[in-house]
Design a protein around this ligand. Sequence first.
Ligand SMILES: [Zn+2]
Length: 259
Amino acid sequence: MGKKKGGLTDSHAHLDFFGSDSKIEKVLARAVENDVTRIITIADSLESSYRAVELAQKHSEVYAAVGVHPHNASDVNPETLKELERLAKEPKVVAIGEIGLDYHKNHSPHLVQQKVFEQQLELAKKVKLPVIVHDRDADADVMGALIKHGTKKGVFHCFSGDLAFAEKVLAMNFYISIAGTVTFKNAGVLAGIAKFVPLTKLLVETDSPYLTPHPYRGRKNEPAYVRLVAEKIAELKEIDVSAVEASTQENIRLLFGIA
Ligand SMILES: [Zn+2]
């Protein structure tokens, strides 16, 4: 991996999926060794929201997002939303996420996904936090819901749309987060998007433990590898990786208020 300077934030990792505290501590140590100094751990259920908050309390480099993934939308009831609201007010909770729509896997019915997405957009508004959006094959409905609820601050995580959709996302003043998929050999469209999106609107993430970047495919992904994503973006934009570090750190500050 490349030179260490400036530091990086993994804007999207699922630390709870790494298991025990001792396993997570090793993952965090390797991140810090690679100058990945901050990790936002993302929830996908109420259960993982509790764990995210706990991990943020335990580790200085960890921040948390709380929310329910569209896959788990069917599990949400009014009590869930009350608990999420309580958790959202805990220190170091910096976003509501990940929330959105997934019409690819359809683990929950579309109507249920839409209702729960909208409820969490309202929650974000109420607690004044940005949203971390999961959008899989649901561009129009995701955009429609964001507009309907007047959601102003957020990021499309693991961006997988086309260039036309990236333009719409930027027009809404949202951020676009690039994952390790940009390092894959068949990353044509995403590589084009990484080139096109201005540094002022770009974040980097691992979505670990999934989507391990090249050349570590086959291994479990982890936050340290976000450096490979930043290096690939630098290569595509023909700039120094330090510029990607500086701009993504500034974007993290502006979006999530992490100084
Ligand atoms: Zn995720």
